[in-house]
Design a protein around this ligand. Structure first.
Ligand code: SAH
Length: 341
């Protein structure tokens, strides 16, 4: 079986080259070619032909290709439908901000978390992405764009903490100075609330930004829309968040999707405020984006503003997330592993 060289760290690539009977410094040269966007081994002109042939026999580069690209007419957001080597599809989104380009990457093909408002879970879970397939999305978009990607958010399809090892390794790869060179503080990971993994991450003292998909302030309501709450309830989730903040001194972002008539009353704003009060945190309000299957609709603009104002009255910092790429179904919760539009 050929291996995807993008699944290897620099040290592992050096080892791999050594096993092929070649000096280890070749590993570094190959690694640099890969992250400079070499399409195939032929492009690696300072690598001897004999080694290029061995690489070709034992490995491959990338493992994905752009199947379709949608460009928003509203805000330059781009959505990519990428086809993986085994025929599966994932989606990746490029967003432009004042501070640079951000890529929103997927961590799994499909998702098993079952959140009721999210399109990524509609067709269930197919498989985990490998580290190379996660970092490969950034590289793929960067090549297509022709500009450096400065930020990565793991908020595409899948639950990153349900593919913990591979996600951590992909962060290491993005981070690597010989690789993409994206600093940890420019990488964000969002979870629906796997409290055990939040604690593990805290122990690692990484500098990445952690986002928690909260979406409801009471167990009763949260369990209705997010099945993960039956495994880790709000109490367990909040105590893992406290632990994370204590260990890392990093601010957490709580994401709260506002769904009309489901979680958007002012009493719920009060309960939410009591829940997170005193924590080093920020609240991101997201008027729910349309997903055909869910039947949910956005809270009105007035309701969103009132909810935000209520949180602020409690002394909390809350922002309303700007919707991007809505004309190409590229907004939060609209990504799926199928070709539909
Ligand atoms: N599984 C991870 C990563 C997905 S991130 C997580 O749950 O955090 C995508 C973010 O968009 C999450 O906060 C998710 O809850 C939110 N989301 C999902 N469906 C949405 C929708 N229809 N409208 C707005 N936000 C949505």
């Amino acid at each position: 079986m050929k291996i995807n060289l993008f699944d290897l760290s620099l040290d592992e690539l050096k080892e791999f080259v050594k096993k092929l009977g070649e000096p280890q410094f070749r590993g570094k040269q190959i690694f640099e070619w890969m992250y400079r966007g070499a399409e195939n081994f032929e492009d690696m002109t300072n690598i001897p032909k004999s080694l290029r042939e061995k690489l070709f026999e034992n490995s491959f580069l990338g493992g994905m290709s752009i199947f379709e690209k949608y460009v928003s007419k509203i805000d330059e957001t781009r959505k990519y439908l990428l086809q993986l080597n085994d025929g599966n599809f994932i989606e990746t989104v490029l967003m432009k901000y004042e501070y640079g380009y951000t890529v929103c990457v997927s961590s799994q093909v499909g998702c098993k978390m079952g959140c009721k408002f999210c399109a990524s879970t509609v067709n269930g879970w197919v498989r985990n992405l490998t580290p190379g397939e996660i970092v490969g999305q950034v590289l793929c978009v960067q090549k297509d764009l022709g500009q450096r990607i400065s930020n990565v958010v793991m908020m595409g399809i899948g639950e990153p903490f349900d593919n913990f090892e591979n996600v951590l390794k992909s962060i290491e790869l993005m981070n690597s100075p010989e690789g993409l060179g994206i600093g940890q503080r420019h990488i964000s990971v969002s979870t629906c609330g796997l409290a055990d993994k939040i604690r593990t991450l805290a122990d690692m003292k990484m500098q990445i930004t952690l986002l928690i998909s909260l979406h409801a302030p009471s167990d009763e309501r949260r369990s209705q829309i997010m099945p993960i709450n039956n495994r880790f309830n709000i109490n367990e989730l909040m105590s893992a968040c406290d632990y994370y903040i204590k260990e890392t001194s990093r601010r957490i972002s709580f994401e709260y999707t506002l769904i009309s008539g489901v979680n958007d009353t002012l009493e719920e704003a009060d309960t939410l405020a009591r829940l997170v009060k005193g924590k080093l945190c920020h609240i991101n309000l997201i008027p729910v984006n349309k997903v055909e299957e869910s039947g949910f609709s956005k809270s009105s603009r007035e309701r969103v503003e009132a909810f935000k104002a209520r949180l602020e009255k409690h002394g909390l910092v809350a922002t309303v997330r700007r919707e991007m790429g809505s004309d190409i179904n590229a907004a939060c919760g609209q990504l799926r592993n199928k070709k539909i539009n």
